[in-house]
Design a protein around this ligand. Structure first.
Ligand SMILES: *[C@@H]1O[C@H](CO)[C@@H](O)[C@H](O)[C@H]1NC(C)=O
Ligand SMILES: *[C@@H]1O[C@H](CO)[C@@H](O)[C@H](O)[C@H]1NC(C)=O
Ligand SMILES: *[C@@H]1O[C@H](CO)[C@@H](O)[C@H](O)[C@H]1NC(C)=O
Length: 630
């Protein structure tokens, strides 16, 4: 039935071929993600869950929800609409995690039915006590392939006992809240992400191969940007199997293996008598490995993506071009060293190990936290297997979450991983409507509220309720959030281009400087231009004063003077300057005198004198006394 028990699956296609890693079955490791029960208290805590190999997990993010266990259709094998059930969460409510039981149908079908009924995630409770496995999509099944493509919600398998705890809590009337967390799903040990794609050159294996080919084409651009920028180190891998020694001379092994049964691949058509043989696939896989090695040696590992996509397009099995000649034209067109590639590939007929393929077989076995690679295709990011749809945006998200926050390259913040949360209510972030500036930023981690940098001017604030421009250039942006207005060719602004300054109405205006600055009527409010000969007229931001007759208005003195008295006035100015100078000199002399007097009188003398006459600095006396006592 292909019920996603991995070993069953593995042996189905390759009945007589044993998997290299089968000897290690006992320690088959599945990547786990943390599922946390946040309420009720009685079952609170972390639990393991294995994310399904379809749907779109939120790498770098997390999802909270309420667990619902359906009253009917508990295995989820039928559409829930047949039972009149809907799990669409109401506005404002937490999303629904639908709990279903394992068994009777494909995992993917359960998830698809749940998604159609409005669930936001699916938990599949295992039906036997066993270590968690990865829920994979069924292979080579035309009808299921259509809905698998459309699964967007994440799903996770949970252990039987944990499932029972959840069911018990739900039947007891408890509201069960959980949090599915992908934040730590991808470790980020350094500022470079290492990732591997376990792939296959076979383009005729049905839905899975089509999906892989599509993904490689789609992802090539991003992969090359990441690689050229030194952000990632990518390595392609290919799975091969070996033929058990008893069968090495059989027709099947001969047609599917090279190097005397050491490296095999299943027949592309599952028919040994026609078309391409497994052997052809192994050879092309080996060639692609060698293309990578040679390209990597010349420090251009990304050429592998070009080769693989070009080969797909130019040398498909359908057109009977899946062969060495066609591969050579692609190698040539990419200016790769074909001699080196030949040498790397070695002799396929030799009864000896091929070092390149041997290394691949070794790499298949899990190391450290990474489980064995048994599903094709498999993506491994920072030594953790990626689970979820092989789709550009989702994979980019997973790779990007391998970077530490703020060290991610620009491609991680591009359209492909946008969540569009900013479009809805501006993501709850600060926004300046008039200047159309927002603190909302779409990232692969979801939206963040961060005060922006606009035209080289940094906004500062919490990003949610406030962002303010500060520093030089602040008036360039929306006038620094201050009032400004233009009338009759005059513009006034309340913005000062000084670090840390607040909005301040310019001279001639009063107000808060932010929303309003109102003109001051200098004629009335400031008593300007009040001399008998004056006539005052208020203007916007200022006033005009005219003097009657032949008089001239002097704004600084707010007075009218005779035009002819100009010399007189300057004489008077000189007198004033002299007078002010004398006054200042007298004041200075007095200060000097006082200072010197003080410095001559030491505190002892002043203490004695204080008994006879009051001094202007008597306060110092008690101080002095205190000092003596101290
Ligand atoms: C999947 O989605 C595509 C496009 O959105 C649609 O045409 C197709 O009918 C869907 N398939 C199923 C099984 O709903
Ligand atoms: C590719 O080259 C880098 C160094 O340039 C090396 O560390 C890495 O192991 C190489 N990968 C393979 C598969 O040869
Ligand atoms: C605001 O800016 C965004 C992009 O910067 C643009 O798409 C949008 O149309 C602008 N809205 C207004 C009201 O100008």
């Amino acid at each position: 039935m292909g019920l996603d028990r991995p070993l069953q699956r593995l042996f189905l296609g390759f009945l007589f071929l044993s998997l290299t890693v089968s000897s290690c079955v006992a320690r088959f490791v599945v990547e786990k993600n943390s599922l946390t029960v946040t309420s009720p208290e009685s079952i609170k805590g972390n639990h393991d869950s294995a994310i399904g190999n379809f749907g779109i997990p939120q790498y770098g993010g997390s999802m909270a929800g309420t667990v619902v266990y359906p009253k009917e259709n508990r295995k989820g094998c039928k559409g829930f609409d047949e039972f009149g059930l809907s799990f669409q969460s109401k506005p404002g409510a937490l999303p629904t995690f639908l709990l279903v039981d394992r068994g009777d149908c494909f995992f993917a079908l359960k998830v698809w039915n749940a998604q159609k009924a409005g669930a936001s995630a699916v938990l599949v409770a295992d039906d036997i006590e066993e270590a968690l496995i990865t829920m994979d999509s069924p292979e080579e099944d035309g009808s299921s392939a259509q809905y698998i493509e459309n699964i967007t919600i994440p799903s996770a398998l949970i252990e039987k006992t944990f499932g029972e705890k959840l069911k018990k809590a739900i039947s007891g009337g408890d509201m069960v809240n959980v949090n599915l967390d992908w934040r730590e799903a991808v470790p980020h040990p350094d500022d470079r992400v290492e990732y591997e794609l376990w792939t296959n050159s076979n383009d005729e294996c049905g839905v899975k191969c089509d999906m892989l080919m599509e993904f490689i084409k789609d992802f090539k651009g991003a992969a090359q940007i990441l690689e050229k920028g030194g952000y990632t180190q990518f390595t392609p891998h290919y799975i091969t199997w070996y033929c058990p020694s008893a069968f090495i001379v059989s027709r099947q092994c001969k047609s599917q293996c090279i190097n005397h049964g050491r490296y095999c691949a299943p027949d592309p058509e599952q028919d040994f008598s026609t078309g391409y043989e497994g052997k052809d696939v192994v050879l092309e896989n080996l060639r692609q490995l060698c293309v990578f090695r040679v390209a990597n040696e010349t420090k251009k590992p990304w050429v592998w993506w070009d080769y693989v996509t070009d080969f797909q397009i130019r040398c498909p099995m359908k057109e009977k071009k899946y062969n060495k000649d066609c591969a050579d034209t692609v190698i040539k067109s990419l200016a790769l060293d074909s001699k080196k590639i030949e040498k790397c590939m070695g002799d396929a007929n030799a009864d000896a190990e091929n070092p390149v393929l041997k290394e691949e077989q070794n790499a298949q076995i899990g190391k450290g936290s990474r489980g064995d690679v048994t599903i094709l295709p498999t993506l491994v990011v920072n030594n953790r297997q990626y689970r979820g749809k092989l789709e550009k945006g989702a994979v980019l998200k997973a790779i990007c979450s391998g970077f530490e926050e703020t060290t991610e390259p620009a491609v991680c913040l591009s359209g492909d991983v946008e969540t569009n949360e900013c479009l809805d209510n501006n993501g709850g972030c600060w926004k300046d409507e008039t200047a159309n500036i927002t603190a909302c930023k779409d990232t692969f981690r979801g939206r963040v509220c961060e005060c922006p940098l606009v035209d080289g001017v940094q906004f500062k604030g919490d990003g949610y309720s406030t962002c303010e421009v500060s520093g030089p250039g602040r008036c360039k942006i929306n006038n620094g959030g201050c009032w400004h207005e233009s009338r009759d060719g005059h513009t006034f602004s309340a913005c000062l281009d000084i670090e840390g300054s607040k909005c301040q109405c310019p001279q001639g205006f009063k107000g808060d400087g932010v929303k309003t600055c109102a003109d001051i009527d200098e004629c009335k409010e400031r008593k300007a231009c009040q001399c008998p000969e004056c006539s005052c007229k208020n203007t916007w931001g200022s006033y005009e004063c005219t003097c009657s007759g032949d008089l001239l208005y002097i704004r600084d003195h707010d007075t009218c003077i005779s035009k002819r008295a100009n010399e007189e006035k300057s004489a008077w100015t000189a007198v004033w300057i002299i007078l002010i100078g004398l006054a200042m000199a007298a004041g200075g002399a007095y200060l000097v005198y006082k200072y010197r007097l003080r410095s001559y009188m030491d505190s002892e003398i002043r203490a004695i004198m204080a008994q006879y006459m009051p001094l202007d600095s008597q306060a110092e006396v008690p101080n002095h006394v205190n000092e003596e006592h101290a």
